[in-house]
Ligand binder design. Structure first.
Ligand code: GAL
Length: 679
């Protein structure tokens, strides 16, 4: 574990300046969800609040989509309903996460300023009518957003009900970029700041290729659809710009709120699922990291994707506690087939997030909507009301979170690091790569699944992060590798670390230009080899390796430069050549896997590596039983999440917090259940 951070306790001075600022005045773990009372008559609010109390809800997010109600005409405000709602909630002891409603500008703004409509890459102007459909660079949008934010900040900045500010909603989705003329102007401004001069930009973008040279800043446009593949450096800078442009929308609203209020400010991320936002940059700008996660309901073993999302969110939070701002009690409404959660699954999902560092469990949404696009989405209070099993589960979860109050502020203990990088994701998946099956998230998920199955807890790390606390670092895919990131990996291995790198990593620099001197340029020294030729495979084609293993998608012709062979290709285009290698460098080793291995084949290779890295796996546990540890100042908390249909028994002792029972030697976790052992 790399972070040694003091635990936050009531009245205790927090020494870490980056310690998250949880909703003010909410004790223990946070519990609640999005609350949209504007869809209901006020009589219903009274029932809502009474039921929230029964469920143990202590925080609700409100006004996320309420701009048109709060400002029905430009400059004309109606805060009466919000005043009454805040007073009602406050009277019941329920705190508020108050949103700036800037994700859905009112119709009048589009009418007065047609330019707030975003334009797609292929020139289509998107209409209002859904949500999150705005141009982040349009001055009219920025001004109107600042105005409503200012009004809310001034009116509610020190309202006793308000505990946290929720800026906007899920920046980056569903529209993460705009290609309109306003965006072009902002993009040019951003490019000037990044490159300084047009000469530097021409150099960085390699504009001598296909005669793309620019003579004036005004000639540069967003990378709109063109005849064929565009300039990848141009595309990559545009992706950076889009993330930064939305970030500046966030910081503008945040700074207005800070000028009126001392409360913490955040916005909800979607860490593993939003490709368009570089959350390494965003994580530093929020007072507490908040994340939304929805299961891919049909996917097999989808609790592993949930764990990956939680681990990445914790990494974005610098290892410190974070908030689960949204997930679902049951089915969502926007997947092809919206599979309901099985009894116990919602509780287990929630406590998995807590096990992996969340100090808040919140849902979309409190009460199911009667109308609109989301009426088939599950809720804490479903259409069948308090008669439902779902409601019973919601009440039980409230009790469980209450029983876990002391877990707040404790830190997750991780075994290995996995490198994650949004920029490399963007670059890898641009057009005209050697194979369309080179997919960033696929490789990360494949490695993550094996680590999960070995019961190793993962800390995700950014490319240039300090790795010295880890015995094993996995780099599943790092096509874009800066020389600074490569140096960190080199020093880590030389200093005694064990590194595993997957194929097509270390290829290009920050401008998508090949590192000189042959592949994988940036990682050649650390891996002790050269890749002479990439050998992408046909769709469905497999290659055989020693040990009865099979790879697909990719193979390489490798020339060793100090690395040793571990497994060879037995057939296919690289037959007879090395497939998996190890390079002993200084006090450590760097492994390279040059084909796509999955499941048992990948597990086989990693199990060679774990003992050499000094990493201990936990193979005594049944498949799909998850174990994660959080460490507090005075106690350790062992979370055991049983995703199977049978009861499991583990040797352990301590106090089980959900039942309050003392466990002397054996912990019994029911089928589909969870246990949290304090020791
Ligand atoms: C989220 C969004 C919520 C709600 C939810 C439904 O992405 O923030 O407002 O739409 O999805 O699953």
């Amino acid at each position: 574990m790399t972070f040694v951070v003091p635990r936050q306790a009531e009245g205790q001075a927090v020494e870490d300046p980056f310690w998250p600022r949880m909703p003010v005045g909410v004790d223990g773990l946070v519990y609640g969800g999005d609350y949209n009372p504007e869809q209901w008559p006020e009589e219903v609010w009274v029932e809502d609040v009474e039921l929230m109390r029964q469920a143990g809800v202590n925080l609700v997010s409100i006004a996320i989509h309420a701009w048109a109600l709060l400002e029905p005409r430009p400059g004309e405000f109606d805060f009466g309903w919000l005043d009454r709602l805040l007073d009602l909630l406050h009277g019941a002891g329920i705190s508020v996460n108050l949103a700036t409603p800037t994700v859905v500008p009112p119709a009048w703004l589009y009418r007065a300023h047609p330019e707030v409509r975003p334009v797609t890459r292929d020139g289509i102007e998107l209409e209002r009518g859904s949500r999150a459909t705005f141009c982040p660079s349009a001055p009219a949008y920025r001004q109107a957003a600042a105005n409503i934010t200012r009004k809310l900040g001034a009116r509610y900045g020190d309202h006793p009900a308000v505990a946290l500010w929720h800026v906007h909603n899920e920046y980056g989705a569903p529209v993460g970029s705009c290609y309109c003329p306003e965006s072009a102007t902002a993009f040019r401004r951003w490019l000037r700041a990044r490159h300084g001069s047009l000469d530097a930009l021409n150099e960085a973008w390699g504009t001598t290729f296909w005669g793309q040279r620019y003579g004036e800043w005004a000639e540069i446009e967003p990378p709109r659809v063109s005849g064929t593949a565009g300039n990848p450096a141009h595309e990559l800078d545009f992706a950076r710009f889009c993330s930064d442009e939305l970030l500046s929308c966030y910081t503008a609203e945040r700074d207005i709120l800070r000028s009126h209020s001392k409360l913490p400010v955040t916005t909800n991320f979607m860490t593993t699922n939003c490709k368009s936002i570089d959350y390494w940059r965003w994580g530093r700008e929020v007072d507490v990291v908040a994340n939304d996660h929805y299961l891919t309901a049909e996917a097999d073993r989808n609790h592993i994707d949930l764990a990956m999302s939680a681990d990445l969110t914790r990494a974005v939070a610098g290892g410190r506690p974070w908030m689960l701002m949204e997930h679902s009690t049951g089915a969502v409404n926007w997947q092809p087939r919206n599979i309901a959660k099985r009894p116990g699954e919602m509780n287990r999902n929630s406590l998995t997030h807590v096990a992996r560092g969340a100090d808040a469990v919140m849902f979309f949404q409190w009460r199911a909507s009667r109308f609109g696009a989301e009426k088939f989405h599950s809720a804490m209070l479903p259409h069948s009301g308090t008669r439902s099993r779902m409601w019973q589960d919601v009440v039980r979860l409230g009790k469980d979170l209450g029983a876990l109050h002391e877990v707040r502020g404790s830190l997750v203990q991780a075994d290995v690091a996995v490198l994650w990088d949004w920029e490399s994701w963007w670059a890898l998946e641009l057009s005209w790569r050697p194979s369309i099956e080179l997919l960033y998230r696929e490789r990360v998920a494949a490695y993550y699944e094996q680590l999960w199955d070995a019961r190793l807890t993962v800390d995700f790390v950014a490319p240039e992060a300090d790795l010295s606390g880890y015995r094993l670092v996995v780099v599943p895919s790092l096509y874009l590798t800066t020389t600074a990131a490569a140096k960190v990996l080199h020093d880590y291995v030389a200093g005694g670390g064990t590194l595993v790198v997957s194929y097509f990593s270390g290829i290009v620099d920050a401008n998508d230009a090949m590192h000189p001197g042959g592949h994988p340029g940036a990682l050649r020294d650390v891996l002790g080899l050269e890749v002479e030729e990439f050998l992408p495979l046909r769709q469905g084609e497999e290659v055989s390796l020693d040990g009865g293993l099979h790879g697909d998608v990719w193979a390489e012709h490798i020339r060793l430069e100090g690395a040793e062979r571990v497994l060879d290709y037995l057939d296919g285009p690289a037959a007879g050549g090395p497939a998996v290698t190890r390079h002993r460098l200084g006090a450590g080793s760097a492994w390279y896997v040059s084909t796509r291995l999955r499941g048992a084949a990948l597990d086989h290779v990693l199990r060679e590596i774990y003992p050499q890295a000094g990493v201990e796996t936990h193979d005594d546990l049944p498949r799909d039983v998850e174990v994660v540890r959080r460490r507090g100042v005075d106690a350790d908390y062992l979370f055991v999440l049983n995703h199977t249909d049978t009861e499991v028994r583990l040797a352990a002792s301590g106090t089980e917090l959900l039942t309050g029972q003392r466990c002397e030697s054996e912990l019994c976790v029911p089928a589909g259940g969870t246990a949290v052992l304090r020791s």
